[in-house]
Design a protein around this ligand. Structure first.
Ligand SMILES: [Zn+2]
Length: 395
């Protein structure tokens, strides 16, 4: 019998459903999959055989019997391939090698001597080569690379603007691809962070969440009904430029009183420069340390920052009514010192019906949210098409 296009499509969809069920509910038997998905047992059995053949699924010892023969349990083969996640920051880059479940296998923090596109691309290329040499052997090798960039990334994956890096229309994908025959995904760093927290961190159980990336500036990734909200031009989430004080400090965007002029790491450092006038100005880590030791200046700086954070958060809670807000990136390091002032302000300024179900926390993945989310993008693409045969791609 000739298989028509539609039948092939349905088979592919069913295979994806079976693979997703194994990934989410492992370990489980073929009979469990049939009962969870509603597919008949013969279909499940044939699709599972194909998944075992392509090494995406493995069998483990028998599970508990409910009467007859003990069933063989199935596991997703998380080591069938690997992905690289890159978080390009202002003065350094975080690179991770992860397995197909996002477990970190290798981690590198690389200082950036300068942030010109050429230097960054060369660094990425060089270290992808180094990482790939140390990647454990696997049926699919490195399935792709995900890169989070602090700037606006359009729907064609071009970085159209990154004031922090000084970039203006840079196509990382085109310049990296000739050397690497893998799938390369580029996204805004806060979008990648939101995906990272949703898949692997604090947001696993939340369908509506906002991830706030607070470092030099403030960006956000907004997840609505489990999906990233991208906006009309892929530029959603620039909450750092929400006006908080009409005549406040001048922002790098040209506006005055943007949220990031009062609630970012840069805002904190600018104030520290005034307070520590004449002596060496502490960095964020030193301010946190001094606050823990009871230094009044450091304590008041962090308290002020918590209040300013709370003002913006109250706006977001009132507008979007999220279940969860995750604060990540550099400022999550100061979470313990900011929390009280921040939550006090949220309590005082947000609408009571809105905040009732909103939880505000600091990132579970710390400074890894973006790199992990970036790495998950090629993994998601790879697993969306489980009709694959093991071929180790050459890097
Ligand atoms: Zn601004």
């Amino acid at each position: 019998m000739k298989i028509t296009g539609d039948q092939q499509l349905i088979k592919k969809m069913n295979k994806t459903i079976v693979l997703d069920t194994i990934r989410q509910q492992q370990p489980l038997s073929r009979a469990d999959i049939a009962s969870v998905t509603g597919l008949n047992k013969a279909t499940v059995s044939s699709l599972v055989s194909e998944l075992i053949e392509s090494q995406l699924v493995t069998e483990i010892g028998p599970g508990e019997s409910s009467g007859g023969r003990k069933p063989t349990l199935l596991l997703f083969n998380r080591s069938a391939g690997y992905a690289i996640g890159v978080d390009i920051r202002v003065s350094d880059m975080l690179m991770l090698l992860v397995d197909l479940e996002g477990t970190v296998i290798q981690e590198k923090i690389l200082p950036l001597v300068d942030s010109s596109p050429e230097t960054v691309q060369n660094q990425i290329r060089k270290h992808i080569n180094l990482i790939s040499k140390k990647t454990p052997s696997s049926p699919y090798g490195i399935v792709g690379i995900g890169i989070g960039v602090p700037g606006l990334v359009d729907e064609k994956s071009r970085v159209v603007s990154s004031p922090n890096l000084g970039w203006d229309t840079v196509s990382l994908q085109d310049s990296l691809l000739p050397g690497f025959g893998n799938t390369i995904h580029i996204d805004n760093e806060a979008n990648a962070g939101a995906i990272g927290e949703k898949l692997y961190g604090a947001g696993c159980d939340s369908a509506n969440l906002i991830y706030l990336s607070i470092g030099v500036g403030i960006g956000s990734g907004i997840i609505v009904d489990g999906e990233l909200y991208r906006g009309t031009s892929n530029f959603s989430g620039e909450v750092g430029h929400m006006t908080i004080a009409e005549n406040g400090p001048l922002c790098r965007c040209g506006n005055r009183g943007c949220w990031e002029t009062v609630a970012s790491e840069k805002a904190l450092m600018d104030k520290a420069a005034v307070l520590w006038k004449g002596s060496s100005i502490p960095n964020l880590e030193e301010v946190i340390l001094q606050a823990k030791r009871g230094d009044e200046r450091a304590l008041s700086l962090l308290d002020d920052l918590g209040v300013h954070l709370g003002v913006g958060l109250a706006n977001l809670i009132n507008i979007l009514n999220p279940e969860l807000i995750v604060i990540g990136s550099r400022l999550s390091l100061a979470g313990d010192m900011l929390r009280d002032a921040m939550l006090r302000t949220v309590e005082a300024r947000s609408l009571s019906y809105h905040r009732k179900k909103t939880n505000v926390i600091f990132a579970a993945l710390g400074i890894r949210s973006t790199a992990l989310g970036a790495a998950s993008m090629p993994i998601t693409s790879f697993l969306a098409d489980p009709d694959v045969t093991p071929v180790v791609p050459s890097l």
